[in-house]
Design a protein around this ligand. Structure first.
Ligand code: 9UX
Length: 72
């Protein structure tokens, strides 16, 4: 089954940042769904924990040049 993780994504300042982060998250193996909101700096990611971990998702956000952290 899949889990849903919530992440804060710091450093997004325009709508293109949101599209960029969503694209990066959606391209990760094991990610089924990713929605990112600019106003709240929050991202919700549905993922298969047998394929990818929360830490992997945070690291992908960081590798893209944003500040990622886990909410839950
Ligand atoms: Mo907008 Mo974001 O011009 O990395 S794309 S600030």
């Amino acid at each position: 089954g899949t889990l849903v993780g919530q992440f804060t994504i710091g450093g997004m300042t325009c709508a293109a940042c949101v599209n960029s982060v969503e694209g990066i998250l959606r391209d990760l193996p094991g990610v089924k769904r990713a929605v990112v909101a600019l106003a709240t700096s929050l991202g919700e990611v549905e993922y298969d924990p047998t394929e990818i971990s929360k830490d992997d998702i945070v690291n992908a956000i960081e590798d893209a040049g944003f500040e990622g952290s886990l909410v839950q």
